[in-house]
Design a binder for this molecule. Structure first.
Ligand SMILES: *Cc1c(COP(=O)(O)O)cnc(C)c1O
Length: 433
């Protein structure tokens, strides 16, 4: 029998199956139905506002309803909303590909598109294997990943992801890649040790290895774990020496989050592939891309269709999404976003000090527009309770385990940042230990 359902939030618990969510946990705590979003703030049906401290899962770079991106999408909407990218092309995808290539100093000059991050991972993995096959090395089809990695949740991407919760139920379906240790300190001997393990593994297995995939500098989904750029550079050197591709997954860290346009650019690493998504459209539309080198591209160029790269999605290179992404690049260039963010860090790092000094905070770290606070807690539901309490204090935070982080839109004002810190202090004072 059809129940009579009253409010929108209750209705959201019926027909909508929410991602990354145990639906039962919503008994007595319904999802927040957002009616409007502007700048860094979300407004619900009841008129409450929330500071989006995590950029809506790390996608929103310049605030909600950013006027420039909005106008660009509207303009595109009046021209071509979509056309397939096989046999057809359009200005936004051409310009975007050229501009992305320029952002890599033309080292990765060929762009292949999809609509989400996991698909970008799949594309890079498949392209790498197919490259080696075309080159006459069909045995090079295995992957190598890092401990605590996250590259998405489709079956291929799960194979190079090291988060048990996401993987366990499906382990019989996936090819699980071996994992290399990661140095989480800047101690030279720890970095050396980890590189030595990598070298030993590559020495023994390079004939079967197609590629190594890494998140550059920050392993986001595992809890914003930072590792030194020397490790990334060292892995890149080893990959080159042993003829294994380096795939750099910039899905979370690309587009300025760590302070450089791409995170790998803070090291001397030379990727063969980079994966992009999340911030690429400023959080407006789903889009992802894999950029690769001339060397890889040429290995597919042939009279034989089976020698070409075999992968497609219906919405590959959607014009609206590409136009949004182009405007994101325009904003970066015209509004000098990297420089502006850098110039604000001294003040923002001052503004977080009340949190740094909170008795529940064990340690903290910051890189670019990411702040992470490691919290002293025995409470297994700490993250969920923080999230719920945060809403009452008008902030959207979503700690990962005991790692409480801010990854706000770059447009957050100093006043909003203070509101965020104040709200978080209230949460830490209120959440059970
Ligand atoms: C989010 C993320 C992905 C997956 O992207 P989806 O769009 O969620 O599929 C892959 N890699 C990294 C590093 C991510 O943060």
């Amino acid at each position: 029998m059809k129940k009579t359902i009253s409010s929108w939030d209750e209705r959201s618990l019926q027909a909508v199956w929410h991602p990354c969510t145990q639906m039962k946990f919503h008994e007595g705590f319904a999802p927040v139905v957002i009616k409007e979003a502007r700048g860094v703030k979300l407004f619900d049906e009841a008129g409450n506002s929330y500071i989006d401290a995590i950029s809506s899962w790390w996608v929103n770079l310049f605030g909600h309803q950013n006027e420039r991106i909005k106008q660009a999408v509207i303009e595109q909407l009046n021209q071509v909303e979509h056309v397939m990218l096989a046999g057809f092309s359009h200005k936004p995808v051409i310009e975007l590909s050229e501009r992305l290539s320029a952002k890599t100093n033309y080292q990765l000059g060929h762009a292949f598109y999809a609509s989400d991050g996991a698909s970008a991972t799949e594309i890079a993995l498949k392209m790498s294997v197919h490259y080696w096959r075309n080159k006459g090395f069909p045995h090079k089809h295995q992957f190598l990943a890092l401990k605590n990695s996250y590259h998405g949740e489709t079956m291929g991407a799960l194979g190079v992801t090291d988060i048990d919760l996401f993987k366990q139920a499906y382990q019989d379906l996936i090819h699980i890649a071996p994992l290399l240790p990661v140095p989480y300190s800047h101690e030279a001997h720890e970095i050396e040790q980890c590189l030595a393990v990598a070298q030993t593994y590559l020495e023994e297995h390079h004939q079967q290895l197609s590629s190594m995939i890494v998140e550059p500098l920050v392993q986001a989904a595992a809890g914003m774990l930072f590792y030194p750029k020397q490790y990334l550079a060292g892995l890149s050197q080893l990959a080159k020496a042993y003829q294994v591709h380096l795939i750099v997954d910039e899905i979370a860290m690309g587009f300025g989050r760590t302070g450089s346009f791409f995170a790998y650019q803070q090291s001397t690493a030379q990727p063969d592939f980079i994966c992009l998504s999340k911030g690429i459209t400023g959080g407006f539309l789903p889009l992802s891309a894999v950029l690769t080198t001339e060397e890889v591209y040429q290995e597919f160029y042939s009279h034989d269709i089976a020698h070409g790269f075999l992968h497609s999605h219906s919405y590959t290179g959607n014009p609206l999404a590409c136009r949004a992404a182009l405007e994101v690049l325009n904003i970066f260039d015209e509004e000098r976003v990297l420089q502006t963010n850098q110039s604000r860090l001294e003040l923002l790092n001052q503004l977080v000090l009340p949190l740094v000094h909170h008795p529940r905070v064990n340690s903290w770290r910051q890189l670019g527009m990411i702040w992470v606070f490691s919290i002293d807690t025995q409470n297994p539901s700490f993250a969920r309770e923080c999230y719920q309490l945060g809403l009452r204090h008008h902030i959207l935070i979503r700690p990962i385990g005991n790692q409480l982080y801010f990854m706000p839109p770059y447009t957050i004002t100093d006043e909003e940042f203070i509101e965020l810190v104040t709200g978080t202090l209230c949460v830490l004072n209120g959440v059970s230990g």
